[in-house]
Design a protein around this ligand. Structure first.
Ligand SMILES: *Cc1c(COP(=O)(O)O)cnc(C)c1O
Length: 380
């Protein structure tokens, strides 16, 4: 058994509440996006399904298979795979596959045929950000090939998906253009003889602002974890708290330089506390000289450059005891810094803060509503 000096507490109740909100807001058409270890939140698939999600979306087949291995029986969609991915394993585990090129479609169809099975496929159109998805120029040919392969029995086109580039800015003219590309793509698919039963365009921002509404499913990731890229919803609850433990404290004289490069120099006699977390645990070094933590109910500044494994905090008149708990971030209801503040301090978005917390930090799932304590240490 390892002993952990830092803990990432996952507030399952907050995630369940966010999932229930989106389930209601979408009329039950909620696909929970749990890519990148559920945005760094770990094992929460069963919670979001219990709260009203009807399916799960991930990028890779490996992520989808891990969810099956964890006992998830709901539909799962995997939308980002190379042509030599293990499509047979995916089809064998009843995983839906999104496909964005004819090459990928042939590969999926071949794998399914070898198993004597029919793969459930969503065709993915790039509606306007030149990232993933078939281009509008490739789309008609992709639909035609899909129809031919359907006739041979290896695939069935059950869905059409797209993903919006500017949905966090509802007034952006690109939103209308992308909806138009998507509805045209759907029409083309039907004209070419396909009959997808579900279309899905909206992620969190497009759902919260409404610019991607009106289709059969909503793929919600960030919002489940209290992150609203549009900054317009006040219904979502953050779901992570990161705490760590004081290793040692010391008093320093005015004029003492702190950390690599001695970039920070104390302007008075003060006390420092050493914390065993750093950029190697996912706290961005760019937040040096800006970040704060909460200890003994007070905000204290992190001083000097971040190290890989350590931070130094100026605790003023308080000489902390080794073993005292320090809150790095949390929902903010006790005055602690939030993930949004950390994103601001480091010039990034909340998504990046929550997905970067490393494996030296224990993940503990806690149900705050029932007051139940640690239920599971996912990385132990
Ligand atoms: C990540 C992702 C989502 C989820 O987006 P959020 O903004 O986190 O809700 C949906 N669809 C695709 C294709 C994605 O890559």
């Amino acid at each position: 058994m390892m002993s952990w000096t830092s803990e990432l507490v996952v507030h399952d109740e907050a995630i369940r509440s966010n999932a229930a909100y989106f389930a209601a807001a979408t009329g039950g058409r909620l696909m929970a996006v749990l890519k990148a270890d559920a945005f760094g939140h770990g094992a929460i698939a069963h919670s979001v399904l219990a709260a009203g999600a009807t399916s799960i979306g991930v990028t890779s087949i490996d992520e989808a298979l891990a969810l099956r291995a964890a006992g998830v029986q709901a539909p799962i969609l995997s939308w980002l795979n190379p042509v030599d991915a293990d499509f047979a394993a995916a089809v064998g585990a009843d995983i839906d596959l999104a496909v964005q090129s004819t090459r990928l479609l042939y590969a999926v169809s071949r794998a399914a045929a070898r198993l004597g099975r029919c793969a459930r496929v969503h065709l993915h159109i790039d509606v306007g950000m030149a990232r993933d998805g078939a281009s509008a120029a490739e789309w008609p040919a992709l639909c035609s090939v899909a129809r031919e392969l359907e006739a041979l029995g290896g695939v069935r086109i059950v869905g059409v998906m797209g993903h919006m580039s500017c949905a966090d800015r509802p007034d952006h003219p690109q939103n209308r253009r992308e909806r138009l590309v998507f509805t045209n793509a759907l029409r083309t698919a039907r004209r070419r003889g396909l009959s997808p039963s579900v279309a899905h365009l909206a992620a969190t921002a497009a759902t919260v602002t409404g610019v991607g509404s009106g289709f059969g499913l909503h793929r919600i990731g960030a919002g489940l974890f209290g992150i609203d890229p549009s900054g317009t919803s006040d219904r979502l609850r953050p779901a992570l708290s990161l705490t760590t433990t004081v290793i040692r404290s010391r008093e320093i004289a005015a004029g003492t330089g702190i950390g690599y490069g001695l970039e920070h120099v104390a302007d008075r006699r003060t006390n420092l506390a050493l914390l065993p977390v750093g950029y190697g645990d996912g706290l961005p070094r760019a937040a040096s000289e800006r970040a704060e933590v909460l200890v003994r109910s007070r905000r204290r500044p992190v001083v000097g450059r971040f190290s890989m494994d350590m931070l130094v905090v100026d605790t003023g008149d308080d000489l902390l005891a080794p073993g005292e708990t320090v809150t790095v971030f949390g929902p903010g209801d006790r005055g602690e810094p939030t993930v949004a503040e950390w994103a601001d301090w480091s010039g990034t978005i909340e998504h990046e803060i929550v997905t970067r917390i490393g494996s030296r930090v224990a993940r503990i799932h806690r149900s705050t509503a029932s007051g139940a304590m640690a239920q599971e240490v996912a990385h132990a």
